[in-house]
Design a protein around this ligand. Structure first.
Ligand SMILES: NC(=O)c1ccc[n+]([C@@H]2O[C@H](COP(=O)([O-])OP(=O)(O)OC[C@H]3O[C@@H](n4cnc5c(N)ncnc54)[C@H](O)[C@@H]3O)[C@@H](O)[C@H]2O)c1
Ligand SMILES: [Zn+2]
Length: 337
């Protein structure tokens, strides 16, 4: 199957993202990557319960914490570190993160700080984690002052994406991930967008979606690489996120991230249309793809409230908001408003 390499020459790092259809294939890939090194699988309670993959390992090889964003917390990191000490981990030992973005960020952060850094292998199990969280090396946890405020960059040693995980993923989580895939199409690839249009229906299956995952990962990987040389490219990935973040904030972060991003992407598109930045045909295609996937982009909040939340965001400097706006499918501009 396909393989994508992420090259970060300035950091002297490069790693592969590999794809497999079945857990048998995934197990072979993982065992060959681990060799005879000590390892600990970090996962969450849902993935442990629903995924057959973890039944292939003994309970002492697995550390599972309760599923949910609330676990993306220092206390979980401490428990992971303690397990690593109990297992007499050395600098060659490996943490294997098997889960959604919460597991990837928390386990990745524990790997980054255990004895000043040990390798992490990322095995994303949610669609969002496959196409977004597993590439780019951001790791971290939440705290009382906000989300993702404690953390570091720690690039994975390797990333394995397996179709088998998508088969147990709830439909709401599939839609969350699709929101980020649509975003990738709009900001970087007309072909990816067209491929998504082709499979768009309200109950897409793992067989429909998984073949498009490598392209989505490649779009993010290219931007992460570009950003290493000429900082700023990563900004494009914020399409839909400035509006989306405000929506999440107004819901006290009890709103699905991918859905907030989808609504935010539509708001950015609407803004672009109103300011002659994109044409009606582009806006129609974007609205249609969300509708065809059954992603509800109607926002119950009044637009003024969202703008107000955006201007109060800590990231906003001197009242200027930087918006990522689509010009056409596959291309965006960054505008300060
Ligand atoms: N590091 C990054 O670059 C980056 C990028 C985007 C998001 N994130 C972070 O990722 C998190 C969101 O990720 P997420 O949407 O994957 O959330 P998540 O990890 O909470 O997973 C979503 C839900 O799906 C369940 N789940 C995951 N895989 C499953 C499977 N195969 N079968 C059944 N259930 C499964 C989880 O237990 C959870 O209930 C946020 O904390 C966000 O900050 C990080
Ligand atoms: Zn996002």
């Amino acid at each position: 199957m396909k393989r994508i390499t992420v090259h970060l020459p300035l950091k002297k790092i490069s790693y592969n993202v590999e794809f497999s259809a079945t857990f048998d294939e995934l197990e072979i890939q993982l065992q060959s990557q681990l060799g005879n090194r000590k390892f600990l699988i970090v996962t969450d309670s849902n993935v442990q319960k629903h995924s057959d993959f973890l039944k292939r390992f003994s309970s002492k090889e697995i550390f599972a914490f309760p599923a949910g964003e609330v676990s993306k917390h220092w206390s979980t990191v401490e428990k992971i570190l303690n397990r690593c000490f109990e297992l007499n981990f050395d600098r060659n030992s490996v943490i294997v993160a098997v889960g959604g973005g919460v597991v990837g960020d928390t386990a990745g952060f524990a790997a980054a700080i255990f004895k000043r850094g040990i390798p992490v292998i990322q095995i994303p199990t949610s669609l969002l984690a496959m196409v977004d969280a597993s590439v780019g090396g951001k790791t971290g946890i939440d705290c009382a002052y906000g989300k993702n405020l404690i953390g570091t960059f720690h690039q994975p040693e390797r990333v394995f994406c397996c179709r088998g995980f998508l088969e147990t993923l709830p439909e709401s989580e599939i839609k969350n991930g699709l929101g980020e895939m649509i975003k990738h199409g709009i900001l970087g690839s007309p072909k990816h967008f067209e491929d998504l249009e082709r499979i768009a229906n309200s109950h897409p299956t793992a067989e429909d979606i998984f073949p498009l995952v490598p392209d989505s990962v490649a779009i993010k990987a290219r931007i992460v690489e570009e950003d290493e040389r000429e900082s700023g490219a990563r900004m494009k990935l914020n399409l839909g996120h400035t509006f989306g973040h405000a929506i999440e904030l107004l819901h006290n972060f009890k709103f699905p991230h991918g859905l907030a991003v989808s609504i935010g992407t539509m708001m950015a598109t609407q803004y672009a249309l109103e300011h002659d930045i994109c044409r009606e045909e582009t806006a129609d295609r974007i609205e249609n793809i969300f509708n065809k996937f059954g992603i509800d982009i109607t926002c119950a909040l009044p637009e003024e409230k969202i703008w107000e939340a955006m201007t109060h965001d800590k990231k906003v400097k001197d009242g200027h908001i930087r918006l990522v706006l689509p010009t056409k499918i596959g291309e965006v501009v960054v505008q300060t408003v």
